[in-house]
Ligand binder design. Structure first.
Ligand SMILES: Nc1ncnc2c1ncn2[C@@H]1O[C@H](COP(=O)(O)OP(=O)(O)OP(=O)(O)O)[C@@H](O)[C@H]1O
Ligand SMILES: [Mg+2]
Length: 208
């Protein structure tokens, strides 16, 4: 039985997911909350092996459906290895990317369709949906700036602007479909302002 809280961070490349999730982790720890940070794809041994295939810049010929299935496979393994056990122990799990990344990137970005990717992922996720999802929203210019500032680019970072634009639109569609679970935060502001808003969302979920 799940006792903890499952919170996911979503948004385009360079939106600040890792930065904000880690800032929230620190603040929750300071408040004495039992919290873990983990990330997708990867996060556990087998899932990291799948991640390496997915993010290898040399795998340019990867078929879009193969990519979607590999993401779902990595997601399943990471859920079983890391997320489910932590939730059972009553922990707060901050997860850097989850289902919505597949819906936005593969469903919309790669034109496979949100419903098809949702079906595929239903098999992987079963009943372990996030309690809350924090969607960090930035415009194209800021995302590009931050992506380059972070350094080395992986296979998906190197996609064309058009792809990232579709991903951004994808997240907006997901937000409209599920406004209760997904909370949008303007992530173009300072790290402190964005983490304050993210912390507010997390505290509401934890304390009610
Ligand atoms: N609110 C912010 N203000 C200024 N800089 C930021 C902010 N958030 C993140 N950054 C910087 O932008 C860069 C990208 O941030 P980060 O790696 O957290 O993004 P990400 O969403 O995790 O990207 P990816 O999807 O590629 O993993 C980093 O150099 C980070 O320090
Ligand atoms: Mg990141």
């Amino acid at each position: 039985m799940k006792k903890g809280f499952f919170i996911t961070f979503e948004g385009n490349d360079g939106a600040g997911k890792t930065t904000i999730a880690l800032a929230c982790k620190e603040r929750l720890e300071q408040a004495g909350i039992d919290v873990i940070y983990t990330r997708e794809p990867g996060g556990s041994k087998i899932a990291e092996q799948i991640r390496n295939i997915l993010l290898d810049p040399q795998n340019k010929e990867m078929d879009a459906r193969t990519e979607a299935i590999l993401y779902a496979a990595a997601r399943r393994q990471h859920l079983m290895d890391i997320v489910a056990p932590a939730l059972e122990q009553g922990k707060v799990v901050l997860c850097d990317r989850f289902l919505d990344s597949s819906l936005a990137y593969q469903g919309v970005g790669r034109d496979l369709g949100i419903e098809a990717i949702e079906q595929l992922n239903h098999f992987a996720i079963h009943n372990l949906m996030p309690d809350q999802t924090i969607f960090l929203s930035v415009n194209e210019e800021i995302a590009n700036q931050r992506m380059h500032q972070r350094g080395e680019l992986n296979r998906l970072d190197q996609e064309k602007d058009e792809f990232h634009r579709k991903v951004r639109q994808g997240y907006e569609i997901l937000l409209k479909r599920d406004p209760k679970r997904i909370k949008k935060i303007d992530a173009s502001r300072s790290i402190e302002e964005v983490s304050n808003d993210a912390m507010e969302v997390i505290q509401k979920i934890i304390y009610g």
